[in-house]
Write a protein that binds this ligand. Structure first.
Ligand code: ADP
Length: 274
């Protein structure tokens, strides 16, 4: 279902070098049942195209995080499969292929911001000078130039989240998985981070999968919204949000945005009531 008609979706496949329309991730009839019997996800069947911005929208407990963790390889499906058809060996390139941002920034409190962002590079034995340069460059990209020597306790919630995003992007992953990263932030900070995330996505052209329960956030950010329902967690709608980018304050206050939010909200209500 399309929420708007003026399509300006960047051609799928251009961002990660897969130009033939092969999906980056193929989720095939995936279900997840936990050991206690909870069916967290039932029969999810989706393709994620290279370079697209997708939100997983749904109420608490509908399996958004479980699905995200399965895409990341942090949990295994009980049924079905998750494949990476464009990647050698069907896996996301030795861990370099994906970055993960959690709701909590999960920074090392004893290390400064530069060292926090350098961690994934150090773990991959990137030479120290190169790691330092790459981490500093990524910190500048997320707007934290000048804060390299600051410790997490000296940073605001929004700044900590920026460090967390820089750490997830420092390996220049093909896909960035985000699990309600801005949920704990105040609205103004959240709006700024939404804008900056879109700027990063536009520049770096990773595939973005963003978990949220906010209709407003999902419409503002995404090209596509996958609406999920709970008990059991399942996909109820796959919405195309083809409003043009760049999106900014003008879009956020436009009639178009309000209309798109109303439509997505209606789908979410249907999902909750189902
Ligand atoms: P969401 O991210 O949409 O809030 P989750 O994926 O966290 O939903 O959870 C989906 C369902 O699976 C919930 O009912 C939750 O209680 C259950 N669940 C999540 N993780 C586990 C687990 N490790 N063991 C048992 N049940 C779980």
């Amino acid at each position: 279902m399309s929420l708007d008609t003026s399509s300006n979706r960047p051609a799928a496949g251009t961002a990660s070098g897969v130009g033939d329309g092969t999906p980056l991730v193929s989720i095939r009839h995936v279900s997840k049942r936990f050991g206690n019997g909870t069916l967290a996800v039932r029969d999810v069947h989706l393709d994620l195209a290279s370079g697209e911005f997708v939100s997983l929208l749904g109420p608490s407990g509908c399996g958004k995080s479980t699905l995200l963790r399965m895409i990341a390889g942090l949990a295994a499906p009980s049924e079905g499969s998750i494949d990476w058809p464009a990647e050698a060996g069907g896996k996301p390139g030795e861990g370099r292929g994906l970055g993960f941002v959690f709701q909590d920034p999960t920074l090392m409190p004893w290390a400064d911001t530069l060292s926090n962002v350098m961690l994934p590079l150090k773990l991959r034995h990137v030479p120290l000078d190169e790691a330092r340069d790459r981490a500093a460059e990524m910190l500048a990209l997320v707007g934290l130039k000048g804060f390299e020597k600051s410790y997490p306790r000296e940073l605001s919630g929004g700044m900590k989240m920026r460090v967390s995003i820089a750490r997830a992007l420092v390996l220049r992953p093909k896909i960035l998985l985000m699990d309600e990263p801005f949920a704990a932030l105040d609205e103004i900070t959240r709006h700024r981070l939404n804008d900056d995330l879109l700027g990063l996505w536009w520049k770096e052209r990773f595939t973005a999968v963003f978990v949220t329960h906010s209709v407003f956030e999902s419409v503002y950010l995404s090209q596509r919204i996958v609406v999920m329902a709970a008990r059991p967690g399942r996909v109820m709608a796959d919405l195309d949000v083809s409003a043009p980018y760049p999106r900014d304050e003008l879009f956020r206050t436009s009639g178009d945005y309000a209309r798109l939010c109303r439509l997505a909200s209606g789908k979410l209500k249907e999902a909750i009531g189902s």
